[in-house]
Design a binder for this molecule. Structure first.
Ligand code: MD3
Ligand code: FE
Length: 217
C-alpha cells in the first residue's frame, strides 16, 4: 500500500533548512516505512515497555518513554543520563532494529552527516495534553554528532528556540513521516513540544510517537 492512510495520497518529500545545521525532511518516511517502523516499535516495547519517568525535581513526565540500542536515556531523582540497562525490567535495552539504524543513517547522510552511527534511540509517546518543555539535549558525549528525530502519528507543534532559554521560540508543525536532523550550531538549540491536541491517526491511534537517534558515547 502506498499513500496516506486516510486519503490514499502521498505527501511530497521536501527539504528545508530551519537554521544553520537543522534540516527538516518533510515526508522523508513514507506510509509503508511508517507501518514497518510502528511494528518494530511495538516489538521493542514488548521487551522494554513505555513508562513515565521522574525528573530530578520529582515531577512525572507527561511523555511516556522507552529506548532501544546500546544505551538508553533515563531520568529519575538521581538525574538525567544514558545507561545500558533498562531500570524497569532490569535488563539491557532491546537492540536497535536494523530498520531504525538504516533510516537514521539515510537521513543524517541527506543532511550532510555521513557515517552517523547512533548507539541510542529514545522512543517518546505523546497522548493528548502530553508536552515537553523547552530544553537542550546535552547528555551526549560528542556534540559534533547530530540527532535525528522521526515523527509518527498525530501532528505536534514543535517549539524551536535559540541558544538561550529566553530566545523566543518559533513554532512549526511536525507531521507523521517528517524527519529533522539537528547538527552543527543547531545541536544545542533549545526545543520542546506544545501540549498534544486530541485526534486520531490511522497509524498510531490517539497518540504521537517520536524517535530520536543519538550518539550517546
Ligand atoms: C533540537 N523530543 O526527546 S524531537 C527529546 O518530539 C525531544 O519528542 C521532541 O526533544 C519530541 O529530547 C523533539 C526534535 C528534536 C530532537 C532533538 C534535538 C529537536 C532537537 C536536539 C537538538 C536540537
Ligand atoms: Fe530534546
Amino acid at each position: 500500500m502506498t499513500g496516506d492512510l486516510f486519503t490514499g495520497l502521498a505527501r511530497d518529500p521536501s527539504m528545508e533548512t530551519l537554521t544553520e545545521g537543522a534540516l527538516l525532511l518533510r515526508a522523508f518516511v513514507d506510509e509503508d516505512e511508517a507501518i514497518r517502523l510502528m511494528a518494530a516499535i511495538d516489538t521493542v516495547l514488548e521487551a522494554s515497555p513505555l513508562r513515565h519517568m521522574q525528573t530530578p525535581g520529582g515531577f512525572r513526565m507527561s511523555v511516556a518513554m522507552s529506548n532501544c540500542g546500546r544505551y538508553g536515556w533515563v531520568t529519575d531523582r538521581r538525574g538525567y543520563r544514558y545507561q545500558s540497562r533498562d531500570p524497569l525490567v532490569e535488563r539491557d535495552w532491546p537492540a536497535m532494529p536494523s530498520l531504525f539504524a538504516a533510516l537514521a543513517g539515510r537521513a543524517a547522510a541527506a543532511a550532510g552527516f555521513a557515517g552517523f552511527d547512533p548507539d541510542a534511540c529514545l522512543i517518546n509517546r505523546y497522548e493528548p495534553a502530553a508536552r515537553m518543555s523547552l530544553h537542550q539535549d546535552k547528555n551526549e558525549l560528542d556534540m559534533t554528532q547530530p540527532i535525528v528525530s522521526v515523527s509518527l502519528g498525530l501532528p505536534a507543534t514543535f517549539l524551536f528556540g535559540g541558544m538561550a532559554r529566553t530566545d523566543k521560540p518559533q513554532r512549526m508543525r511536525l507531521e507523521s513521516g517528517d524527519v529533522v536532523v539537528w547538527g552543527g550550531p543547531a545541536r544545542l538549540a533549545f526545543h520542546g513540544i506544545d501540549p498534544l491536541r486530541e485526534g486520531e491517526h490511522a497509524l498510531t491511534g490517539r497518540c504521537r510517537y517520536n524517535l530520536t537517534f543519538r550518539r550517546a558515547r
